[in-house]
Design a protein around this ligand. Structure first.
Ligand code: NAD
Length: 485
């Protein structure tokens, strides 16, 4: 790709945007410019909407079994190109190759789950609701849907939506993150080879202008947004005004609680992955560690020892366990939070700002594992999403105090408890207001047949991404009541 401007994919063709405005895509490990994202215009976007709308009626009429055959083929194409795909994600995002591989496994699972929809989940009927009268529900597709994706899972997040949308007979427009657009560009190269009818799936690169045009058009039906809560709330409101269907998966501050009866040996490696996986740039990443009672000191010391041993570097190299932050902005944001933690009186017991990397990576956006001890619930680092490799530790007296802290936070994406007590675990899953609960699981990521849940400021809407929720989001239920004389 080498510094070229990426193209949009509209009506089965690769087309240059009309814009002169571009954004550099940078390899965050080396600081090199690798390609450019076109910040596409309103006209580019209207063209994609028009072709997706034109394609809708014939795509809808295409038998469901034929529609999903393209998804089977796409799944095979992903498997055949697996290594290259994962490498592209690591190059533009920075995460270690094993994490990109994990992301692609999840992507493929979504495509597999979407293939089961038209045959198993597209309607139901009841005979003789009254004598001689039958009643049925048919689920019908609605038209053009679109997603707006974040930078942190550039492959997986779009797969929560578009395969389900096209399997149910809709047409689609993907708006990838302008920061990590190459991942979807490569997927669209593979899609292009499948012979899907023109206009069924399209991609427009860019930012707010594209998104606003998609929402304002009378010819689109609904938005699936994944990104920060700030932008998500803005778009949720706008979709309400325009009468659009909408699902907004926003930011997070995930509280991880460790009880005194937790298995220390098994818990520590889990916590390391929870807080430092993807360099902490996960909506399911640990945000605060709440430690109950006397396990506090041994747990803190064990985490500190493990964190110091993590190998930091270029994600394509062997044994690297943590890569850079995905952008300079992201890095500066994390540094700002570390400074804030110091100023507000937390004790910095591991300082990731000192991280050492090889010479060739000196322009990369690295921050090493960081740990703050003696954090209190009102501190900024205990309240806000840091989106970086930082563990703020708060000591609490009991489970009630932990749950009270969790409930005072505006987010509700995920929360985990580590314990060997069924009673504590049950109480946690019953009371904690978060959409995804982990019990001795740090990253509570639902598989593709389950909804990717979320509550409070982490989710706005009614139907979540993935699984059956996705089928309902992308269809309307029509009731038909029949009597034959
Ligand atoms: P972001 O909100 O900056 O951007 C997300 C998308 O919104 C991008 O495609 C961007 O182009 C678009 N956008 C940005 N400003 C816009 C505007 N004013 N109008 C219209 N569109 C706009 O988020 P990000 O930095 O790419 O992603 C990180 C965030 O995503 C974190 O907060 C993370 O928690 C969240 N996230 C949530 C989930 C979840 O499932 N809840 C999953 C992954 C990431």
């Amino acid at each position: 790709m080498n510094g070229e401007v990426l193209k949009n994919y509209i009506n089965g063709q690769w087309v240059a945007s009309r814009t002169e405005k571009t954004r550099n895509v940078i390899n965050p490990a080396t600081g090199e410019i690798i390609t450019k994202t076109p910040m596409s215009t309103k006209e580019d976007t209207l063209e994609a909407i028009k072709v997706a709308n034109d394609a809708f009626w014939s795509w809808r009429k295409t038998p469901a079994q034929s529609r999903i055959r393209y998804l089977y083929d796409f799944r095979d194409a992903l498997e055949e190109n697996f290594e290259e795909l994962a490498e592209i994600t690591t190059i533009e995002h920075g995460k270690p190759i094993d994490e990109s591989i994990g992301e692609y496994r999840r992507t493929i699972e979504n495509i597999e789950t979407a293939t089961s929809i038209p045959t198993l989940q597209m309607g139901y009927n009841i005979e003789d609701v009254a004598s001689g009268i039958d009643e049925m529900v048919i689920k019908q597709p609605l038209g053009v849907f679109f997603c707006v994706a974040p930078f942190n899972f550039p492959a997986m997040v779009p797969s929560w939506f578009w395969p389900y949308a096209i399997a149910t007979g809709n047409t689609y427009i993907v708006k990838p993150s302008e920061q990590c657009p190459m991942t979807m560009a490569k997927q669209f190269e593979l899609l292009d080879d499948l012979g899907l009818p023109d206009g069924v799936i399209n991609m427009v690169h860019g930012g707010a202008e594209v998104v606003n045009t998609l929402i304002e058009s009378p010819d689109t039906v609904g938005l699936s947004f994944v990104g920060s809560t700030k932008v998500g709330k803005l778009l949720y409101k706008k979709c309400g005004e325009e009468g659009k269907r909408v699902q907004v998966q926003g930011g997070a501050k995930n509280f991880i609680t460790v009880m005194p009866d937790a298995n220390l040996e098994r818990t520590v490696p889990n916590l390391i992955t929870t807080f430092y996986g993807n360099s902490g740039q996960r909506c399911l990443a640990g945000g605060v560690l709440l430690v109950v009672g006397e396990i506090y000191e041994p747990l803190r010391d064990a985490i500190l020892e493990s964190a110091k041993k993590l190998k930091i570097g270029y994600g394509l190299e062997d044994d690297v366990q943590m890569g850079p932050l995905a952008s300079e902005v992201g890095k500066n944001n994390v540094l700002k939070y570390i400074q804030k933690g110091i100023e507000e009186g937390a004790e910095l017991i591991l300082d990731g700002r000192d991280v050492e990397v090889e010479d060739k990576l000196k322009n990369g956006y690295f921050v090493g594992p960081t740990i703050f001890d003696k954090v209190t619930p009102e501190m900024t680092i205990a309240q806000e999403e840091i989106f970086g490799p930082v563990i703020p530790i708060i000591q609490v007296q009991n489970l009630d105090e932990a749950i009270d802290i969790i409930h005072k936070n505006p987010y509700g994406n995920a929360s985990s408890i580590f314990t060997s007590s069924g009673k504590s675990a049950r109480e946690y899953q019953y009371r904690v207001k978060a959409g995804n609960i982990g019990i001795n699981i740090g990253v509570a990521a639902p598989i593709s047949s389950f909804p990717f849940s979320g509550m409070k400021d982490s989710f706005k809407g009614d139907l979540h991404g993935q699984g059956k929720n996705a089928v309902d989001f992308f269809t309307e239920e029509k009731v038909v009541i029949t009597r034959w004389f």
